[in-house]
Design a binder for this molecule. Structure first.
Ligand SMILES: N[C@@H](CCC(=O)N[C@@H](CS)C(=O)NCC(=O)O)C(=O)O
Length: 347
């Protein structure tokens, strides 16, 4: 009986094998489709913004574009997809997107219970609080008894509970999934403070009628390593998304920018530059991409530092204002300057 059962299972497994082997990989699907399906958040300053003529740009959008540049040689070949915050993980797990880049934090639970893999960090954030300056509040520790507006589907909820418990204070959460409602409630005095990742607070503040009237308090109450998620079970695609971000970091480390890369391609300064640009070696082979994959990212999107300055830094000259979050001295500085931005070696 046991044997028969095992045999039946074996046959069933065999019957399933050709199906699995034939299922197109994410890379093949993207190539066939000719575009990358990339889930981002609703337009907000810094991370995922939409220009008046309908072009997406921003810190997280740059990761979508870099993947398209690496895989298809064209950073514009991205279908940007927005789903409500509460559905972001299930939508990706169900196959609607090839990747999701929307200020999502890597956590043990998310990486092990949702059928998803985290790739790598493109921004180290941490949760903070913002209050109206008129409140006179100067520290999060003064929020004892305060009502704080937050998004129910985020890491922020447990962080606030943990922070309150550690500091023996009481914080009353007021949950609104809809960002506009959350911000409107805060602006009308419906809650004493608002909380989310600090870069999210900067972007919330940028949307206020008088940003200077609001203060982000000094305490950072959590670790929020943000980056792209992909579906579990396709390690080639996971490698592609992961190493696309590592390539942006590496380019900065070896002195390649969107502005100088053509000149460097004509006159490489070192063998690591040559290998990176696909002039020698075989770095592309295991990824299943063309030798120009990394060159295309830097040429069409830029290196890590360039993207940071455009969206999290000052912003382009004459263009939209960046979030003005200083990189120097922060976790997002290069490891050479004491930060955590570090790409593993390419060889
Ligand atoms: N890093 C935190 C917070 C992320 C966050 O605030 N996400 C926002 C921006 S994408 C969101 O999804 N809000 C709901 C929405 O935009 O629909 C997390 O991963 O939970």
């Amino acid at each position: 009986m046991k044997f028969l059962y095992a045999k039946a299972l074996g046959i069933a497994a065999l019957a399933l094998m050709p199906l699995a082997a034939n299922a197109a990989s994410t890379l093949e699907q993207v190539k066939q489709r000719g575009s990358v399906n990339c889930q981002v958040g609703r337009p907000e300053a810094g991370t995922f913004m939409l220009s008046n003529d309908g072009v997406w740009y921003g810190r997280d959008v740059a990761v979508c574009r870099a993947v398209a540049a690496a895989v298809l040689g064209d950073a514009s070949k991205v279908q940007f997809q927005i789903v409500a915050g509460g559905a972001r993980f299930t939508s990706l797990a169900n196959g609607e997107s090839d990747l999701m880049v929307r200020a999502a934090t890597n956590t043990l639970k998310r990486e092990t219970q949702l059928g998803l893999d985290f790739t790598t960090v493109n921004f180290y954030d941490g949760q903070g609080f913002m209050v109206p300056k008129s409140s006179g509040i100067k520290s999060a520790l003064e929020l004892d008894g305060a009502t704080v507006c937050m998004d129910p589907g985020t890491t922020g909820v447990a962080n606030v509970a943990d922070y309150a418990s550690r500091n023996k204070i009481t914080i009353k959460p007021l949950m609104f999934q809809d960002r506009q409602v959350r911000l409107a409630t805060y602006l009308k005095g419906g809650c004493d403070a608002i909380t989310t990742d600090r870069s999210g607070l900067a972007s919330d503040r940028a949307s206020f009628p008088v940003p200077e009237d609001h203060e982000i308090l000094p305490e950072t109450i959590s670790k929020e390593p943000l980056g792209a998620f992909v579906r579990q079970g396709d390690s080639q695609w996971r490698n592609i998304v992961t190493w696309v971000v590592h390539a942006m970091v590496t380019a900065e480390e070896i002195g390649l920018t969107s502005k100088n890369i053509d000149e460097m391609k004509a006159h490489p300064q070192s063998t690591d530059q040559s290998r990176f640009m696909g002039l020698e070696g075989d770095l592309n082979v295991g990824l299943g991409l063309s030798p120009e994959w990394a060159y295309n990212i830097i040429k069409h999107v830029g290196n890590y530092g360039e993207v940071y300055e455009l969206y999290m830094g000052k912003g382009p000259e004459g263009g939209p204002k960046g979030m003005d979050i200083p990189r120097a001295g922060s976790l997002n500085a290069s490891y050479r300057d004491g930060g955590l931005i570090f790409a593993p070696p390419f060889n």
